[in-house]
Design a protein around this ligand. Sequence first.
Ligand code: TXA
Ligand code: MG
Length: 315
Amino acid sequence: METIVTESPRIAASWLNKGELVAFPTETVYGLGGDMTNDTALRQIFSAKGRPADNPLIVHVDSPGRIQEVVSEIPETARRMVRQFFPGPLTLILKKKKSVSPLVTADLPTVGVRCPAHPVAHAFLKQCNHPVAAPSANISGRPSSTDWRAVHDDLKGRIRCVLKGPQSTIGLESTIVDCSVYPPRLLRKGAVSLSDLRTYVPETAAATTDENTTQPKSPGLKYPHYTPAARVILCEPQSAECSPGRKHAWIGLSEPPESAGKTSRCADADDYAYRLFSFFRECDRESIEVIYCELPPDKGIGHAIRDRLQRAAEG
Ligand code: TXA
Ligand code: MG
């Protein structure tokens, strides 16, 4: 299949409306979209990515009001989060409407909904006839794509169209909160932190590790994620274990070790999140064998970076 790259949200939406798959930019990572009312397109999303069928998709809408098209009820906790964080890097899990295909939700009674805060995503979603089901636009298990070239590397020949935009400004996938239960529960860390959520919904609970491994509430969390081909080693700033060689790479916030062959010094935690997945992919292209990742402080988006780094190191 020929994969068309376009900067036109209108052209991209017209492919999607014809039942084709379209990758599109958002402020978190790129998404791999299909019409949520088209079961053939939904099946193709899973096959294009090599994604297990029991891992549900997030539904994307162009405006907060449209979440009503897919969910059957919006509890007060979710209302407050929508008011505060939509559009933005937050996905809410809510009870689904009957009409939502079980292919989207992997047979769960709930659905994930997100309204991206990104002008190109907005223009695209607005011209799509229905809400758009989209996982991250990468081959399953690989780091999410934060720029259109990464999407193209992974999915060319497997999808009809890539809507080209700038590199994703956040660089990590959205925060996921389950609001179908009370109190709401954080399932995946992201740019909206637990303390951000608690400012508006103080009872929001952290997910326990147990839930994410043995009985995952968010099915995707049991699969390996975010893994470059290189081995990932985590280290505290300035620690002795951080001793990269010439064929190794390093990313972090402090002064890069002189011994490393390739380094990426990040200005702050936001910059770290922005660079991380594209650095992983760059290292893979250059056949780097080991990537040393300095752990950022455990606060704000640093929580989410540490979470992704830990998963990458386990993967
Ligand atoms: O930032 C993002 O969230 C990006 C952009 C494209 O929106 N999307 C993304 O999708 O990261 P994906 O498929 O890579 O991750 C979606 C996660 C998976 O871990 C999945 O299990 C979880 O959301 N999820 C989806 N629906 C769910 C549901 N009904 N209940 C629990 N978890 C759900
Ligand atoms: Mg993903």
